[in-house]
Design a protein around this ligand. Structure first.
Ligand SMILES: [Zn+2]
Length: 99
């Protein structure tokens, strides 16, 4: 990925968000990169997928780049939209409203 695609953010105004960077991917996807708040300071990648309902984004935590590729392959089947899954307790778009 092009390094220029990343946009850095200082720690965000709301709830304990660590300094982070986001990259805008094709199809309205966002890749969010930050570090864990615990002592390990591991890298954390989260893919934000526009929800099928159009009201927000569905976050998916990525273990590594292979996770990302698998997720992108799955999204191809749904037209690049996350599935609105509030009913089953899974991650859903309300946690990240579209702005
Ligand atoms: Zn939704």
């Amino acid at each position: 990925m092009d390094q220029d695609a990343w946009t850095g953010f200082p720690a965000l105004m709301d709830n304990n968000v660590q300094p982070s960077a986001v990259a805008h991917l094709d199809g309205g996807l966002w890749l969010h990169h930050t570090i864990t708040a615990d002592a390990d300071y591991r890298d954390v990648l989260t893919l934000l997928v526009p929800c099928a309902c159009g009201l927000g984004y569905v976050p998916s935590l990525l273990e590594d780049e292979r996770d990302l590729l698998e997720l992108l392959a799955e999204l191809r089947a749904t037209g690049g939209r996350g599935v609105h899954s509030a009913d089953n307790g899974g991650p859903y778009c309300d946690s990240i409203p579209a702005t």
